[in-house]
Write a protein that binds this ligand. Structure first.
Ligand code: IPE
Ligand code: IPE
Ligand code: MG
Ligand code: MG
Length: 315
């Protein structure tokens, strides 16, 4: 990054602003405030106040890189966050990771009971596709492209992607696994949604095949980096926010990169993936500064425990 953009770009401010945009749109799409039924409250509980909103911010940042209007990216950005929220509610259930806390608060099943939490997850997943297949999108994107994007998103979070990855993750508990399997689990359970968040933004913007390929390679590397970073932080007993780790994965002996390869190899792999991310973004120069800083943020929060200043990344 040149020194000019380094001084000008404030990632924290950017994340804050973009998360605000996403939150307002999510609030509008999930306008259930007046609803008294428990399921609506459980759905909103899974989405608000939410977390970092990394995936929708990636959709916005990628779409904006290739020239799309923010307004046209928002339904896609929100759909990926709804799916993310569903995946976390289900991930925390006793049948999966059995976690009591998420983002420092009681998990949905602890508040609403397992049945309602399960259904809130089902509801979020379904509403994501309801949003994308409806007038919010069809008023500005033609049916052929909408169908293609819905097909791609559902593929990324279905058996070949998130759900299949979660199934492998479950099966791998307490087993001896090799690194290839760990990488494949990560690529599916976490990487696929991150990669598709990026690809949706690019395709709404009409990116050509070469750019779509390049940004997809960025997405693949970032997706794997994201899970390795998360597992490093969990292994250190820290979360991104510096809280105590909430996951029960250590006790469950999950297939994680630090567990299988050791902490220093996990960090080396994370560094290598960050370099790949930066390499793929290099041709876009200053226009890709938000994506570049996001990638640095994802990696450095785990590479340097004290890395709370993403603009000062030094690898
Ligand atoms: C947590 O994702 C689950 C993983 C894929 C590791 P995030 O770290 O993006 O969660 P929030 O939404 O910011 O809490
Ligand atoms: C992340 O799950 C992947 C999905 C939820 C699909 P993890 O179990 O690895 O992440 P945390 O630690 O619960 O956030
Ligand atoms: Mg899990
Ligand atoms: Mg978990």
């Amino acid at each position: 990054m040149n020194s000019e953009s380094q001084t000008k770009f404030d990632l924290i401010e950017y994340l804050h602003r973009q998360a605000g945009v996403v939150d307002r749109a999510l609030d509008r799409y999930l306008d259930y405030a007046a609803e008294r039924e428990t399921i609506f409250r459980a759905v909103r509980y899974g989405v608000f106040p939410g977390g970092k909103r990394i995936r929708p911010i990636l959709t916005l940042a990628t779409g904006e890189l290739f020239g799309a209007a923010q307004q046209n990216l928002l339904p896609f950005a929100c759909a990926v966050e709804l799916i993310h929220a569903y995946s976390l509610i289900h991930d925390d259930l006793p049948a999966l990771d059995d976690d009591d806390l998420r983002r420092g608060e009681p998990t949905a099943h602890k508040v609403f009971g397992e049945g309602t939490a399960l259904l809130a997850g089902d509801g979020l997943l379904t509403e994501a596709f309801h949003l994308l297949s409806g007038p919010e999108v069809s008023r500005y994107i033609g049916p052929e492209l909408v169908l293609k994007l819905i097909h791609e998103l559902s593929g990324a979070v279905g058996l070949a992607g998130l759900v299949g990855g979660q199934a492998l993750d479950l099966e791998a508990e307490n087993k001896v696994v090799d690194l290839a399997l760990v990488e494949s689990i990560h690529a599916r359970k976490t990487g696929a949604l991150i990669r598709v968040s990026i690809r949706l933004g690019a395709q709404v913007a009409g990116a050509d095949a070469a750019n779509l390929d390049r940004i997809s390679r960025f997405g693949t590397a970032l997706g794997l980096a994201f899970q390795i970073a998360d597992d490093i932080l969990d292994g250190l007993g820290e979360t991104a926010a510096g809280e105590r780790a909430e996951s029960a994965r250590l006790e469950l002996k999950k297939a994680t990169y630090p567990a299988v390869a050791g902490m220093s190899q996990a960090r080396a792999k994370l560094t290598e993936l960050l370099q790949t991310c930066l390499h793929e973004l290099a041709p876009y120069g200053g226009a890709a500064v938000p994506l570049r800083e996001l990638a640095c943020y994802v990696a450095t929060r785990a590479l340097h425990q004290d890395a709370s200043l993403p603009s000062e990344v030094k690898i």
